[in-house]
Design a protein around this ligand. Structure first.
Ligand code: AMP
Ligand code: ZN
Length: 465
């Protein structure tokens, strides 16, 4: 194990990281709100978290990784405005919003999410915790916050009183007064401060028709989004844990509010390191958003004949704290580069040992706030290094792949032409649409050209017959 350095958003600097408990890291990542497919921007964040976890494992640490699945309480605005995203999705998919249809939506998109992360070779979190399974814990935590004097009840909600907590805004580095100035389209006149947020919504007024609802000391209702993550992380990782991560959009509201709840309930900070991944952007700076028109899913890439791992490769090329600019040309270039990487790896022969010099440099790069672009460049240097024998190169690169996660050990020599991948992807899509005859036609076309399609849990595989 080397010395690990990570950027802690709270401190706004890179600091040495050591687990709170010897050799065992407890890590929480904000997971998807399962009202739609994840887009490749969301997936970039999950790749960053996977790289972080793989780096910790590479250093010989154990990692307990918990991720939530939000299936209630996340409103269309992170700051408590609008409607529950799940309920809106049930209507979007032309169903009346009932508890049953909302849960069906949750199941559908949770399954799609799991398929996406499998396709990207992201190690499945040790625990995937559903918000609706933790209502009791959320109510209990809200009660503690209220008992400790940080909450007040109105006719529509139980609110967190942000003025009561001097640390509020520390994570976002914004002072309390500045936080009150943000223009809000919708506001509750009973709120004491603009930045106060709901710990519990009552099913009255605008939330009268909310379908998922539970009894609570504040009346029938449903939890706020932020309390979900505090309750689930504390339940599964304890009152003090190592790392909390997510995308940068979570810094000003979601994580700021989570941190406030944690301090109010536990009397001090719960999280040691806050780590955030930068956005994937389209063009120069346009953020990819689930509600936007520029929404690209992993399935779209697969349907266009791209190997999902070439998207992973693309993500590895940009440091996680820099915006990743997505273009189709860039993806094409990454696919070519990763194919080249696989080819070079496959041309290595013989057995060998790990090269100490490269191994040390690699460890230094990944431990330097996850400098994966440098680690990847090092892998290329090693491939080209004439002084190292083929067997040693192979063993060393395979070891590096424990962090890259490019599935080098499963790579076979046969190249599947892009047209064949496109046909297979189209067939998979037709199957999902239940157009069985058309799907069969495409299977035949693939087979006539000497390839075979095998359906797997995470999608499909094409092999040479
Ligand atoms: P959501 O399902 O919307 O709650 O988001 C899931 C994760 O994706 C969160 O960690 C977000 O911070 C992150 N995220 C959202 N949009 C982007 C983006 N354009 N690029 C990278 N990460 C994002
Ligand atoms: Zn969260």
């Amino acid at each position: 194990m080397g010395k690990i350095y990570l950027y802690n958003t709270l401190k706004r600097k890179i600091s040495p990281f050591a687990p709170l408990e010897k050799k065992s890291v407890k890590m929480y990542a904000c997971g998807p709100t399962v009202y739609n497919f994840a887009h490749i921007g969301n997936l970039r964040t999950y790749i960053f978290e996977d790289i972080l976890k793989r780096t910790l494992l590479y250093n010989g640490l154990r990692v307990l990784h918990v991720m939530n699945i939000t299936d209630v309480g996340h409103l269309t605005s992170d700051s408590d405005f609008g409607e529950d995203k799940m309920q809106k999705a049930a209507r979007r998919e032309s169903q009346p919003a009932t508890a049953e249809t909302v849960m069906q939506i949750a199941q559908k998109y949770t399954a799609a999410f799991l398929k996406d992360i499998a396709n990207l070779n992201i190690i499945t979190p040790d625990k995937l915790t559903k918000a609706t399974d933790h209502i009791v814990e959320m109510i209990e935590l809200n009660q503690i916050i209220q008992k400790n004097g940080y909450a007040y009840e109105t006719s529509s909600a139980l609110y967190f009183d942000t003025r009561k907590l001097k640390e509020y805004g520390e994570l976002a580095r914004v002072n309390f007064d500045a936080m009150q100035k943000t223009a809000r389209a919708e506001t509750d006149p009973e709120k004491k401060n603009q930045s106060d947020f709901a710990l519990w919504f009552k099913t009255v007024g605008k939330h009268e028709n909310h379908v998922l609802r539970w009894d609570s000391p504040w009346g029938t209702g449903f939890p706020g989004w932020h309390i979900e993550c505090s309750a689930m992380s504390i339940k599964h990782l304890g009152k003090r844990f190592d790392i909390h991560c997510g995308g940068i959009d979570h810094i000003p509201v979601h994580h700021t509010n989570e941190r406030a709840q944690n301090i109010a309930a536990m009397g001090g900070p719960v999280v040691n390191f806050w780590c955030h991944g930068e956005f994937l952007v389209i063009g120069k700076s346009e953020k990819m958003a689930k509600s936007g028109e520029n929404f690209i899913t992993l399935n779209t890439l697969i349907k266009k004949g791209f190997n999902p791992l070439s998207y992973r490769y693309m993500a590895l090329l940009t440091h996680y704290r820099k915006p990743l600019q997505f273009t189709w040309e860039g993806l094409e270039a990454s696919q070519n580069a990763s194919n080249n990487f696989y080819d070079q790896f496959l041309s290595l022969e013989g057995d060998g040992g790990i090269n100490k010099n490269y191994q040390q440099k690699f460890l230094k790069a990944v431990n330097d706030d996850l400098n994966i672009p440098r680690a990847l460049a090092l892998a290329w240097d090693l491939l080209k290094d004439k002084k190292i024998n083929s067997g040693d190169k192979k063993a060393t690169i395979l070891k590096f792949d424990e962090v890259f996660g490019l599935k080098l050990s499963e790579t076979r020599k046969i190249e599947i032409p892009k047209e064949i991948m496109e046909l297979a992807a189209k067939r998979d899509f037709l199957r999902q649409e239940k157009k069985w005859d058309d799907a069969d036609d495409l299977r035949k076309q693939v087979e006539e050209r000497g390839f075979k399609i095998k359906d797997t849990d995470s999608g499909f595989e094409v092999t040479k017959e």
